[in-house]
Write a protein that binds this ligand. Sequence first.
Ligand code: PLP
Length: 285
Amino acid sequence: GIAFVNGRYGPLADAAVHVEDRGLQFADAVYEVCAVLNGRLLDWDKHCWRLRRGLAALFIEGVMGDAALGQVAARLLRANRAGDGLLYIQVTRGSARRDHPFPRDIRPTLIMTWKAFDFAARLRHQREGLAAVSLPDQRWARCDIKTTGLLANVLAKQAAKAAGGAEAVLVREDGVVTEGGSTNIWIVDAAGVLRTHPLSARILPGVMRDTLIGLARERQMLVEERAFTLDEVRSARELFMTSTTAPVVPLVTLDGVAVGDGRPGPVATRLADAMWGEIERQTGW
Ligand code: PLP
């Protein structure tokens, strides 16, 4: 594949940044993962918005504008003859001799890479559902910033995998479920209400989360952005996750116990259909 690093397009195998890049040394960086279907970017504007928000939160300046970013992305997708896959973008504060405070006159590092991804495999997961494992949310207090500092997510997802699950449902000390290891988490509660954690510093503002709230409301479905506890998940009718790589995927067991009747529920199924309709509308997939 072809990668973009600081103005140059070249073979991914040779793409490199400096060993003193602050992305490597401090995870002083933000990133985006964008879905590409039929060679077309899904929800590009929402990804740009979130990237800008993260850069502002970290006081990283001097990154090219959205239009120029879009041109780099388009050129990279063409160079890779992109069909279905993922566009990865990372911006770090740049490279400098190691010192915690921001160095002066530093220029950001911009990386873009492409990889193929089988979205059709997700349709099978959607029909069958996946297993979830609850784990303590051990992340920092600014989970709304999409930083590359993902160690707590990595450890949670690995622990979920070791326990036979596909996703970690992260739980705060007070019992509140925030989100998944790399997804936003939703329930249809015991009263039949569709709920997901409100936007706050405790969760990532997911692109798919935002899109799904819109799609549900267009269909006159009630959505409450209201936190729920692990106990509420255990007594919920349905549990599912959303993300760029798992648009709407039911989680049919939690810690080895069936959620609801242990099969993908009607609400998740209806929302998944709506989501694929939206994906088709945007990309022709
Ligand atoms: N929450 C976390 C922690 C994530 O890492 C991700 C995406 O990777 C999401 C939620 C879902 O966000 P999006 O729908 O923008 O992919």
